[in-house]
Ligand binder design. Structure first.
Ligand SMILES: Nc1ncnc2c1ncn2[C@@H]1O[C@H](COP(=O)(O)OP(=O)(O)OP(=O)(O)O)[C@@H](O)[C@H]1O
Ligand SMILES: [Mg+2]
Length: 640
């Protein structure tokens, strides 16, 4: 079947048009044609369908080949345009060709028409193919660009050490514009101290190029415009393009990942020390109950003026120091005693100052600058004391035996995003905070020390345990606050602690200590798996006039309780026991007698411990280790 040839003729003579068609039909084409003779007709024909060729007479009554060619060019279509004329001078022909016609011939020589059309169709086809190829190339280039520009990594192509291509992410990461980077050496992106070594690496890489991550096991750093450094990761590949050696570097900014890793590391450290501290709280504290309790009981039993009194005093003191260490570790792990109440630091500090003063050299002036309009904070009183004592004692130790000054200040600090970025490494939400500042004129510290002071067991002191600031850090974290330090060797140190201000100006609870006569009557059931604890409790409670029953676990407790349901006025129940725990025993006791008074005891904080106790509230909580007086007081108020 012959191919279709769609011909648009611009011709006023029907006869001539027929002649032309006859001529075209001599070719291999099957001709379909239409004749128009003015501009409107031509426009309509172009709009209506596609044409393979346009054959135009030169002179028409109201139209002509130049105008027709103009219409075709305006339409933007690439259709071969051949001028056929009865009489046309050479000049006119040249002009038409210049204007964009593809050929011209005289009506007297129509035999040329067929071959001319065939040639023009061929040319038009190859023009179309070329155009399509160019468009495809442009589209592929645009797609490649779009992919490159949207890549989450920085892409840099390096041609013998010179930057040949970068993407948007690279500009963003390093802060340079593309124009500033292209043609530069890679040195511009490296901290100065690495440049020489990097040149050598580059040389070696191009000698034995292969695809690989760069600097495995090394911490690589990039340098931003203006000097800031950031950690990065680089993947390298190599392209040999027509003899040109190109290296492709894929760059990932790993600042966020590093930060997340550091947080995770800290969290894991906290968790493992927390477990250790938890174990110590249980075992060590129970032992301390035996030590401190028995010694204080023995003290009470001694006749006045006995020489053993001093020795027992020393036992109690040492035991209390051990309990203090345990408390520091528990605080670091966020498991310390934690009963929050609205507190005003400005009210609290003078009282606490009285407690530290005896431990501070007389040559050191302790100065308080307290804000009298301080909002309250939600905090644990004992832990606030721990923070204050640790900071002030450290300050005094930093001053040593010289004269010096410690200034303690309270105030209000409004924290916004800017403040957080400038001052704090910790995560803090914006808002109003209460500030506690402890500044000293002591020896100060260098950057390497400063970076580690909150680590547990880090100490630069001969007798230091390295637990003070670890505990402070744990307490501050537990209260939703933050701490920062500024210091330099020989320049003193300033610790700034922020605690979230309590909502509104809630009245500060004044918990008055209640001293009452501590003796009492009634039967008390002491449930504890540790023998020293049971023995001590019995001795203490009997001394204060109570009758005491003992049980070494949950099952024994329930059995004893069932046997004496009406007699027992109070149960002292250890929270953590092997087998049946305190929390499991608790509801069983309540089943036997719903109203029974139960005092829960534990080495863990009250908050932590009581989470495990379901149902009606316990009558009270007693923190281990306790002194005989402490126990008597708790029992007395529980029985009241
Ligand atoms: N005010 C300060 N001036 C200079 N250095 C300080 C100051 N406070 C703390 N440091 C440094 O931080 C370290 C850790 O302090 P931290 O209170 O945790 O432990 P410590 O005081 O050494 O021992 P301890 O467990 O008895 O408190 C100190 O050893 C000291 O190097
Ligand atoms: Mg200390």
């Amino acid at each position: 079947m012959s191919e279709l040839l769609r011909v648009l003729q611009i011709e006023d003579s029907e006869c001539d048009a027929a002649l032309i068609v006859r001529e075209l039909e001599k070719t291999r084409y099957q001709v379909e044609w239409e004749r128009v003779e003015d501009a409107a007709g031509m426009r309509a024909a172009l709009a209506e369908r596609a044409w393979d060729v346009i054959i135009s007479d030169y002179y028409l009554p109201q139209f002509g080949a130049p105008a027709a060619l103009g219409i075709l060019l305006d339409s933007g279509r690439d259709i071969p345009f051949i001028v056929v004329s009865g009489r046309m001078g050479e000049d006119t022909a040249v002009e038409m060709m210049k204007a964009g016609a593809h050929d011209y011939l005289l009506k007297g020589k129509l035999a040329r028409l067929g071959p001319a059309v065939e040639r023009e169709l061929r040319d038009a086809k190859s023009r179309r193919e070329r155009r399509r190829a160019e468009e495809a190339l442009a589209a592929s280039e645009a797609r490649f660009r779009a992919l490159l520009e949207s890549a989450p990594q920085g892409v840099i192509v390096v041609d013998q050490g010179h930057i040949a291509l970068v993407n948007a992410r690279t500009e963003e990461m390093f802060g340079y514009s593309r124009d500033e980077l292209l043609g530069q050496t890679l040195d511009i992106l490296l901290p100065e101290r690495y440049r020489a070594a990097h040149l050598e690496h580059r040389r070696q890489y191009f000698a034995h190029p292969r695809t690989r991550p760069m600097g495995l096991g090394l911490d690589l750093l990039g340098q931003r415009k203006g000097g800031g450094e950031f950690p990065l990761e680089i993947g390298l590949s190599f392209v040999d393009q027509a003899g040109t050696q190109l290296a492709l570097a894929l760059i990932t900014d790993i600042t966020d990942r590093k930060r997340a890793e550091e947080h995770l590391r800290q969290a894991q450290k906290l968790e493992s020390i927390g477990m250790l501290a938890g174990g110590i709280a249980h075992d060590f504290n129970n032992l301390l109950v035996g030590v401190i309790g028995n010694a204080s009981l023995a003290q009470d039993l001694l006749p006045p003026g006995s020489p053993a009194g001093e020795l027992l005093e020393a036992v109690v003191k040492t035991g209390e120091q051990a309990a203090h260490l345990t408390r520091q570790m528990l605080a670091y792990a966020g498991k310390g005693q934690f009963v929050v109440e609205p507190l005003n630091l400005s009210d609290l500090l003078p009282e606490m100052t009285g407690l530290v003063q005896p431990s501070i050299s007389k040559k050191i002036a302790l100065h308080l600058g307290l804000d009298q309009d301080l909002p309250p904070i939600q905090a644990d009183r004992g832990q606030m004391q721990q923070v204050f004592m640790n900071l002030v004692l450290n300050a005094a130790e930093a001053i040593g035996s010289d004269a010096g000054m410690i200034s303690v200040k309270t105030g209000v600090q409004d924290v916004d995003e800017l403040y957080i970025r400038r001052n704090l490494e910790a995560e803090l939400s914006p808002g109003r905070y209460v500030l506690l500042e402890v500044r000293d004129t002591g020896c100060g510290m260098d950057e390497a020390t400063r970076a580690r002071i909150f680590d547990p067991f880090f100490s630069t002191k001969f007798h230091g345990r390295g637990l003070g600031l670890a505990a402070v850090g744990g307490i501050v974290r537990g209260h939703g606050g933050a701490i920062s330090v500024s210091s330099a060797p020989g320049k003193g140190a300033c610790f700034t602690v922020l605690f979230p201000a309590a909502e509104g100006a809630a009245a500060v609870a004044q918990v008055a200590a209640q001293y009452a006569t501590l003796g009492g009557t009634g039967t008390i059931l002491v449930v504890d798996d540790e023998r020293p604890v049971r023995d001590l409790a019995r001795k203490v409670l009997e001394r204060y006039g109570y009758k005491v029953l003992l049980a070494d676990g949950g099952i024994a407790a329930i059995n004893t309780f069932k046997r004496h349901p009406g007699d027992i006025s109070l149960v002292i129940l250890d929270a953590s026991m092997p087998g049946m725990s305190g929390a499991e025993t608790y509801p069983e006791l309540r089943k036997v007698r719903p109203g029974v008074k139960i005092l829960v005891s534990s080495g863990y904080s009250e908050l932590e411990t009581m989470k495990a106790f379901p149902g009606p509230r316990a009558t009270g909580f007693i923190q281990k280790p306790y002194t005989s007086l402490g126990l008597a007081e708790k029992v007395r108020s529980a029985m009241a």
